[in-house]
Write a protein that binds this ligand. Structure first.
Ligand code: FE2
Length: 363
């Protein structure tokens, strides 16, 4: 086998200070439904976790119940953060063996957990920062998220929420000089290829510049852009992230919708805060990106950005950072055949981020 047989994103686990409250935030603001839980009531003495689902997206929110627990330690260092990228594979042990034999550092050796629904197999390796990539094999497991979790009554509720469907891509920020190492990690140990590379000329504003490479698996299902800061006149948004995250980590998670106008309308109504671009962004928009199906006044009202590439166009918008530290945020994206990441919007997006950075005294 030449590379881990990745099927899809399985889940994304966040380590947070107070998972009980975070679960409420993700349900009331973003429309996720709590489908499973583990904690003291279910016999989990060290960690409490809430499984939150919407469309094909599965977030796990975990808090350590003791100071020494790995989740508590992670939160102490990074604040609330996305910590574990779960990938569904055909064979977790094989994925672990392949990647570690090619230089990945093992984190969790192949493990089997069993309950009345069958056998759940997993293993994990280290990626950038303290991020783990967890290989999950569900082929012999017919239960909910995993053994040890109790299903919630809300399983019966409508899970379409705000119309978020899937994880489109997960972006990491790494320290200056580390990008090449992590590009090689994904290429050599995971069998990924580089989809595209942006140098600091392509991505720069008056203040900040960055270099970015997008790594993807052989099917194009899993996309991991990775950024490193480049020298700018002042502190770049990537450096701000690295300072407050205390090292490399996940900068943003892009969530796909089939109807961004409806999704963003709902999210704004429920209180999600987005980055704002100047109204002038929409002047001559169709001259810049060509004909699009969505009404431009609606996009302008909601602050949704548009970009075009060879295959089509995409619509996207970025939330404010989701916690006190200026680290993790979400992107909402609708692809109209485009396969890019909104390169045409980088400049106006970064200028919007820099305005927020200036407000935080970090520019
Ligand atoms: Fe993105």
């Amino acid at each position: 086998m030449s590379s881990p047989s990745i099927q899809r994103f399985d889940h994304l686990e966040f380590y947070v200070g107070n998972a009980k409250q975070a679960a409420r935030f993700y349900s009331s603001r973003f429309g996720f439904v709590n489908t499973a839980y583990r904690g003291l009531e279910t016999g989990s003495r060290e960690v409490a976790s809430y499984v939150m689902e919407q469309g094909n997206i599965r977030f796990i929110l975990s808090s350590g119940l003791k100071a020494g627990h790995v989740v508590s330690q992670g939160v102490m260092r990074h604040g609330d953060h996305a910590a574990v990228i779960g990938l569904e594979v055909l064979d977790a042990a094989a994925a672990y063996d392949i990647t570690t034999s090619r230089g990945a550092i093992g984190a969790i050796e192949p493990t089997e957990a069993e309950d009345s629904y069958g056998v759940f197999r997993y293993a994990a390796i280290h990626a950038y920062g303290d991020i783990l990539i967890k290989f999950v094999d569900r082929s012999d497991y017919a239960g909910g998220f995993a053994p040890g979790f109790a299903l919630c009554e809300s399983m019966q509720f409508n899970r379409s929420g705000a119309g978020l469907k899937a994880i489109d891509h997960i972006v990491g920020n790494v320290e200056l000089g580390q990008l090449e190492q992590w590009v090689q990690f994904f290429a050599k140990t995971m069998g990924f290829e580089m989809l595209v590379h942006f140098d600091d000329q392509a991505i720069s504003t008056e203040y900040s510049a960055l270099t970015s490479s997008v790594m993807q698996d052989s099917t194009g299902t899993i996309k991991f852009p990775i950024n490193e800061p480049a020298n700018g006149k002042r502190k770049s948004q990537i450096e701000e992230f690295l300072e407050f995250n205390q090292g490399a980590g996940i900068q943003h998670i892009a969530l796909a919708t089939d109807d961004i106008i409806e999704t963003v309308s709902q999210l704004q109504k429920s209180g999600v805060e987005f980055l704002q671009v100047p109204a002038t962004y929409y002047d001559n928009l169709e001259q810049r990106v060509g004909k699009i199906d969505e009404p431009i006044d609606e996009l302008a009202r909601l602050g949704i950005l548009v970009d075009r590439d060879r295959e089509g166009y995409l619509l996207q918008i970025f939330t404010q950072t989701l916690q006190d530290r200026p680290t993790l945020f979400f992107e909402i994206i609708q692809r109209r055949k485009a396969r890019g990441f909104g390169e045409g919007n980088f400049k106006s997006l970064f200028e919007a981020i820099e305005r927020e950075q200036a407000l935080r005294g970090n520019l």
